[in-house]
Design a protein around this ligand. Structure first.
Ligand code: 3NM
Length: 204
C-alpha cells in the first residue's frame, strides 16, 4: 500500500514553500485560487521545482491539466473538480490521484475511479471552507477507513493537540492549513507537527 507522509500541509503559494520546506516537509499540497492561468502555471511550476529540490512530494489541487502539462506526480480533486476532470488522462499521464469526500454518496463516487487516497472532512469545524456538512467526528474516520480500503487523509479543523486522536482513529495522514499557517510562529508549529508525527500510533 502506498504510504503517505502522516503530516500533509496545504499551502496557497510558493512563499510558504520557501519558508517551510527547509524544515523537512515531505508531502505538500498547492491550493491556489484566483490567479489567472499564466500566474497559476508559474506558481505550480515553481512549487514543483522547490519540492523536488527538497525531496518533497507536491500535490496539485484542482488544476489537473496543469499538473499533467507541468509533470506533477499527484493531483487532488474535490467532487466538483472530479465531475469535470478527465480521470483517464490523469492516469495515462501517470499521476496519482487524491479525492475529497464528505458523505457516503461522495465516497461511492470517489471509489468508482479508484483513487490513491481518499480525504474525509471536515473532521472538526473549520473556518477555512464553507461547507454544508457537519463535522464528521472521529468515529467516521474508522468507518471511512473500512469503506475506502486505501490510505485515508483526515482534514478540517485539526490542530496539533487533536492530531494524535485523529491518527489513533485511523487516519493515515492529516491535512492541515490554519493550525500551521495562521500560527504566530508557523516555522515552529510546522516543526512541532513534523516531530509529533513520528509518535502517533498507527491504527492500521
Ligand atoms: N477541505 P483547516 S476542510 C481545504 O472537508 C479543506 O474537504 C476540507 O483547513 C474538506 O486545517 C478544508 O484550517 C480546510 O481547517 C482545512
Amino acid at each position: 500500500m502506498l504510504v503517505l507522509d502522516r503530516f500533509y500541509l496545504i499551502v496557497d503559494s510558493t512563499r510558504w514553500l520557501d519558508r517551510l520546506l527547509p524544515l523537512g516537509l515531505r508531502f505538500v499540497q498547492l491550493r491556489v485560487k484566483g490567479l489567472d492561468a499564466a500566474a497559476r502555471r508559474a506558481e505550480i511550476a515553481a512549487s514543483l521545482a522547490k519540492c523536488r529540490s527538497h525531496g518533497a512530494t507536491l500535490v496539485v489541487n484542482d488544476f489537473w491539466q496543469d499538473a499533467i502539462d507541468l509533470g506533477a506526480e499527484w493531483v487532488h480533486l474535490g467532487q466538483e473538480d472530479l465531475a469535470g476532470a478527465d480521470v483517464a488522462a490523469i492516469r495515462r499521464a501517470g499521476l496519482k490521484l487524491g479525492l475529497s469526500t464528505h458523505s457516503h454518496e461522495e465516497i461511492d463516487t470517489a471509489l468508482s475511479v479508484d483513487p490513491d487516497y481518499v480525504a474525509l472532512g471536515p473532521v472538526y469545524p473549520t473556518t477555512l471552507k464553507v461547507m454544508p456538512w457537519a463535522p464528521q467526528g472521529l468515529d467516521r474516520i474508522g468507518e471511512w477507513k473500512r469503506i475506502a480500503r486505501r490510505p485515508l487523509v483526515a482534514i478540517g479543523g485539526i490542530t496539533l493537540e487533536r492530531a494524535e486522536g485523529v491518527a489513533r482513529a485511523g487516519a493515515d495522514s492529516i491535512a492541515v492549513i490554519s493550525d500551521v499557517l495562521s500560527h504566530p510562529d508557523p516555522e515552529a508549529r510546522c516543526k512541532a507537527w513534523l516531530d509529533a508525527r513520528a509518535t502517533w500510533p498507527r491504527a492500521s
